[in-house]
Ligand binder design. Structure first.
Ligand code: 1CP
Length: 339
């Protein structure tokens, strides 16, 4: 028994080998998941703690990953805030928020109403997962959630969202404040239910300039991370496609920064010596097959210091990923001999 390698790496402690898990490991490319999806919608799967716990654990039956991530979506807690949406396949919001009245309608009367099915799933996954494997909770960052709430769906470069930020910064501010407070409650509830660490997904981090990000977005992300940190649970902050913001993100209070494949992890370690770093093989490399994956993994391990490194991809697994590529990644990580 090694203890939980992910937690050791988050604390930048000694590890016998680097921990490994993969974003979006629970759904997508597993044939067992696709079978379940033939008879159940995503909402039905994630809405049932029984099924969602089963799906969360599917990847661990095939691969010796060091973490299980609870099967849910960043949108899962939003019905408690009065938001209605569907998946097609990404989130599509029924009434996008474009004004103060829309923000006023977003409120949490009762924090226990934030996706109770996800909280129950976390508890079941923790119960059914061996002690040396970390269970990860997660949420969307306020800005990434606002992207869907304002734009209405995932659209390249989110022009409606950026126009809204420019035209109505005070309304956006109110929206981000409410999302930040609700997500802090939600992550703390996941930690109480048994999540060992939590990841905040800021998938649409890079849409604004540094100056606008500092002014509009950072205060709310900081409040969320500080509130969650005060409860004692370690935080991983995932940042996607924001090369111009990486140093600013790394100043926020989080134990680890999860970087996409555009960032040089070795350089990140030098620049942010007190942060753990997670990542960052390009998910598309795995589509290139097992030899390409092994080369990318060996190159990453050779360049990046093991202390404080959690091996992962730079973004989620793509649905067409060959399972043999995942095997090659696992092998490379498990075969590494650390000094
Ligand atoms: O048809 C289906 O099967 C539904 C597809 C699906 C799945 C499997 C969606 C809709 N969400 C999920 C699960 C999910 N989403 C997980 C669970 C863990 C796992 O799969 O291993 C997690 C962690 C997420 C997080 C998520 N959802 C993010 C952040 C990470 C990222 O990929 O950047 C984002 C941005 C979303 C929004 C979302 N929900 C679903 C999709 C397809 C998307 C993204 C695409 C879009 O905006 O259109």
């Amino acid at each position: 028994m090694n203890g939980k390698l992910v937690l050791k790496a988050l604390a930048r402690g000694d590890v016998p080998r680097r921990p490994l898990w993969i974003m979006r490991q629970a759904g997508r490319c597993l044939p067992e998941y696709r079978d379940l999806r033939r008879t159940h919608s995503f909402k039905a799967l994630s809405g049932s703690p029984d099924l969602a716990a089963e799906v969360s654990l599917l990847p661990l039956k095939r691969f010796p990953f060091d973490a299980a991530i609870v099967f849910a979506d960043i949108m899962s807690p939003l019905p408690a805030l009065g938001v209605q949406f569907d998946f097609a396949p990404g989130p599509v919001v029924a009434d996008p928020i474009r004004d103060q009245a829309g923000v006023d309608a977003i409120r949490v009367e009762d924090p226990d109403a934030l996706a109770p099915e996800v909280i129950e799933t976390v508890a079941r996954v923790r119960e059914e997962t061996p002690n040396d494997i970390a269970v990860l909770g997660f949420c969307g960052a306020p800005w990434t959630l606002a992207a869907y709430l304002v734009e209405g769906r995932g659209v390249k470069d989110f022009p409606t969202l950026r126009a809204f930020a420019a035209a109505k910064p005070a309304v956006l501010d109110g929206l981000l404040a409410r999302l930040s407070s609700a997500m802090a409650d939600y992550l703390i509830a996941q930690a109480r239910a048994g999540a060992d660490a939590v990841q905040v997904f800021d998938s649409w981090a890079g849409l604004l300039s540094l100056a606008d990000w500092e002014r509009l977005i950072r205060p709310h992300l900081r409040t969320l991370l500080e509130t969650v940190g005060a409860s004692g649970v370690p935080r991983i902050l995932f940042v996607q496609n924001a090369p111009h913001l990486m140093d600013a993100y790394a100043e926020l209070p989080a134990e680890a920064i999860s970087v996409d494949w555009r960032t040089d992890v070795a350089e990140a370690q030098r620049r942010w010596p007190d942060r753990a770093v997670q990542g960052n093989i390009d998910p598309a490399v795995l589509l290139g097959g097992k030899d390409a994956t092994r080369r990318a993994a060996e190159d990453l391990l050779a360049r990046v210091e093991p202390r404080g490194h959690i091996v992962n991809l730079g973004h989620g697994l793509l649905p067409e990923t060959p399972l043999a590529s995942i095997d090659a990644l696992v092998e490379a990580v498990h075969n590494e001999v650390l000094p």
